[in-house]
Design a protein around this ligand. Sequence first.
Ligand SMILES: Cc1ncc(COP(=O)(O)O)c(C=O)c1O
Length: 390
Amino acid sequence: MSFDETIDRRGTHCVKWDMMEPMFGVPAKDGIAMWVADMEFRPPAVVQRAVEAMAAHGLYGYFGDDRAYLQAICWWMAARHGWKVDPKAIFTTHGLVNGTGLCVDTFTAPGDAVVLTTPVYHAFARLIRAAGREVRECPLALVDGQQVMDFDVWDRLMTGTERMMILCSPHNPGGRVWTAAELRGVADFCIRHDLILVSDEIHHDLVYPGHRHIAMPLAAPDIADRLVMMTATTKTFNIAGSHIGNVIIADEALRARFATRMNAHGISPNSFGMHMATAAYSPEGAEWVDGLMRYLDGNRRLFDDGMNAIPGVRSMALQGTYLAWVDFADTGMTPAEFTHRVEHDARIAVNHGVVFGTGGETALRFNIAMPRAQVAEAVARLQGAFADLQ
Ligand SMILES: Cc1ncc(COP(=O)(O)O)c(C=O)c1O
């Protein structure tokens, strides 16, 4: 298990590196890709062996018999999250963007509004708007440099057309690992406004020491009749190209509605994803994740120390995820100016904060899941690009 190895991914049809120049103008030759949530690490050997076994067999037909797969999911959720999942409650989608789109389609109608806590993962708003629904932004407040929920403000933003809320837990961007009290607050908010709650917990395994992710059904068992859970192996094990994810619905009535939409869209399992996920959710996979988090913990310290040393720049202390959220407001620069310095002067591709919604305007998102030496190089370049502020 070496997270220090630098792997050249250029020319492999990898979106993170091969689209860096066309999308951000950051040169492929010596740019550093720190955007999209995709790590620079190979998945654990147990996953690689599963793919090699498929390739050695050499037949790539439709997947069938998901018992081992479902059992692996139930084992993982119980062993890692203390959450008992009924295999009957599990749907397999082509990832969680797909899962989110299906939820919007199933549980809301055109013209309805969907609540998002912004700034938040940008695909949510894109999907909601593309489906002819409205986004109701509930901005996160900042207290001591951390994002917090403000239910009093959010209550006043509701208009009565809201039907669903999508929670990102842990939060992307910013890395908050929501506390039991905050999750209880979300549940009560959904009860007050009669919302279906979709809890996207794709980052649930990526939590740093000192913090504990709580699965929504544990925080609020009483809202099972309005709760849709979403989890995946893809962020945890860096296998996003396998396009697989789980929508887990305990409530039978909600489940029947979702099953109808799955059928209407003809969604059936991706065989590669099924084999990889089954392999990943294992004791060997678990050991790899523990090593990964120790490594990322070192990366986040290096990155934060380097960024916070630049006057006016503030990197939010991550509690989970590898997606650092850096605010440039106090540099006094416009977004165009600080972004130009990052992309043009430092030659680093990042996600622009504005796409995450209200509250993201003065920020950039940096993916720090890369070999430590690359993080150090990025920090050195960024300090150079803002050297005049020292
Ligand atoms: C909160 C969240 N949900 C979903 C996704 C993407 O999920 P998928 O690749 O399964 O569509 C991401 C990717 O970064 C994410 O951060």
